[in-house]
Ligand binder design. Structure first.
Ligand SMILES: [Zn+2]
Length: 502
């Protein structure tokens, strides 16, 4: 065995063990989120602490450092899978070792305090309380960027943590087109003042019937319930612990039809991705979605492009009408479609409709970038926030709780995360455009036949897991990098028709 082959064996063995710890902590998290007694929370978090300690030692040690450097010297000798494993592991290793341990621990303490203060500040709608913490978080992020090193802009590092290879240059172009096309579209919709009835969506929808429907829709879109599980949690999420064990949650509201239905379709998209990764990657760190943005493209394509489409809702409506006869009495398929897709600028991102959602993300991107570029200070944040909400959505937050304090992300140092939500929708539109060249998507949706659509995504996206990086994958499938044109085209076409615009 050559020198580098021995190093490769040790690396794979370590990754295998790390995966086992991942598996265990995931199960504890799943259990905690889906019904474990609250009284066990302390014991659970202690167990997670111990497991994470072992996991850290498996990754950060002298042998690993030596093996990684040997493997990087012999990089060209490795096959594609091992190359990606080595470079991904090196990235994780650097991320954890380039920052001095003592400062990293201080930062972690700051983050847990800051998240607690944020919650309190949000409850009291008091930005002043949160300000010193956020100021310190931003200072740390800039300092850590220097330790870690970056190309071009320090923000590239943070977006890269969630979307490998994405840069400020690419994002600037992306959001500029979004601003130029979606803000005017929203103004036109507002000027039209079309009244859309939605009250029937908020009738009483029994939870057991919603649960049945959620399971039916999962089967319909192609999720294999034999190799997965659906449960209920406060915030819906998906967890792919293994290709053959993918779990997802939804949340039922008795007086709201859409929330659980579209959460299930959304998480179902994430879950189908995790279930259809090539078995040759099973058990390795590559057996998961490649980035936040690509993962989000899979949830959004099922939730929005497919399940909120006119063709699919026309197919679904008679089925719903049978199940919810009283709730949907006097409602037509067209009324139902319009209610599901009504545009209404709102203050809260997580409640936003498909069209205005992207604008919520755009303003967060602009603010994050300005903070990291030191173009604005944390002091100015509430004013900057309110000005942008007014400019893009035409409304003004009455307080900071419904404004700058609404999201947890910044309190936890999660910068660079928000853009991946918008990237997901944009990738979804780009993929759907190219899928449409090979498959009559509307005809499939009108028959409730997702098989050809899911099969296409299996082949083009899912099978690769994390083997291909986002830019590479999108370019491989569509022949070009992220192009916001498809997303803007999709939104313009859909909403111009729905609102009768010219
Ligand atoms: Zn998602």
């Amino acid at each position: 065995m050559t020198h580098y082959e021995a190093a490769l064996n040790r690396l794979n063995e370590a990754l295998h063990k790390i995966k086992a710890f991942d598996y265990s902590t995931s199960m504890l998290f799943w259990d905690a989120s889906t019904g474990a007694p609250k009284s066990g929370a302390d014991a659970r978090s202690q167990a997670i602490g111990v497991l994470s300690g072992f996991q850290y030692q498996l990754l950060i040690n002298d042998q690993m450092a030596e093996d990684l450097s040997v493997l990087l010297e012999n990089y060209s000798e490795l096959d594609e899978m091992n190359q990606v494993l080595v470079s991904d592991t090196k990235k994780d290793y650097d991320k954890l070792t380039k920052i001095p341990m003592e400062e990293f621990q201080k930062y972690n303490m700051l983050i847990s305090k800051s998240a607690m203060v944020w919650e309190d500040a949000k409850g009291k709608s008091d930005f002043e309380m949160f300000k010193p913490y956020l100021t310190e978080v931003v200072d740390y992020l800039l300092k850590f960027a220097d330790y870690r090193g970056f190309d071009g802009h320090p923000y590239n590092l943070y977006i890269g943590d969630f979307e490998d290879g994405m840069t400020v240059d690419q994002l600037d172009v992306f959001f500029a087109e979004l601003k130029a096309r979606i803000v005017p579209l929203l103004s036109k919709i507002a000027a039209k003042n079309k009244q859309i009835e939605t009250s029937f969506l908020f009738e009483h929808y029994p939870v057991n019937l919603q649960d049945e429907l959620s399971r039916d829709v999962l089967k319909m879109i192609g999720f294999d319930l034999e190799r997965g599980q659906l449960k209920e949690s406060v915030h819906p999420f998906t967890m792919g612990v293994d290709i053959d064990d993918v779990r997802l949650t939804t949340h039922y509201y008795e007086n709201d039809f859409s929330s659980a239905f579209f959460s299930t379709a959304h998480e179902g998209g994430h879950a189908i991705y995790e279930q259809n990764i090539d078995k040759k990657l099973q058990g390795t760190p590559l057996a998961t979605g490649t980035s936040n943005g690509i993962h989000e493209s899979q949830s959004r394509i099922y939730e929005n492009n497919f399940c909120r489409s006119e063709s699919f809702l026309e197919f679904l409506f008679p089925i719903l009408k049978e199940k919810f006869e009283i709730q949907l009495e006097g409602v037509s398929s067209q009324m139902f479609y319009e209610a599901i897709n009504r545009v209404e600028p709102s203050l809260i991102r997580v409640e936003a409709d498909e069209l205005t959602y992207s604008l919520h993300i755009m303003l967060r991107y602009e603010i994050e970038l300005a903070l990291i570029s030191r173009q604005i200070s944390v002091d100015e944040l509430p004013d900057v926030w309110n000005e942008k909400v007014k400019a893009y959505l035409g409304i003004v937050p009455p307080d900071d709780a419904r404004g700058v304090l609404q999201d947890v992300h910044w309190s936890e140092g999660l910068f660079g995360y928000f853009p991946t939500y918008a990237l997901g929708s944009a990738y979804a539109a780009q993929l759907a455009h190219y899928m449409g060249r090979e498959i009559d998507i509307e005809a499939c949706l009108a028959d409730g036949d997702f098989k050809p659509l899911t099969k296409w995504l299996n082949e083009k996206v899912h099978q690769y897991g994390s083997l291909k990086k986002p830019n590479e994958l999108i370019e491989m499938i569509t022949g070009e990098r992220l192009n916001s044109k498809y997303y803007c085209d999709y939104l313009e076409l859909k909403y111009s028709k729905l609102y009768g615009l010219n």
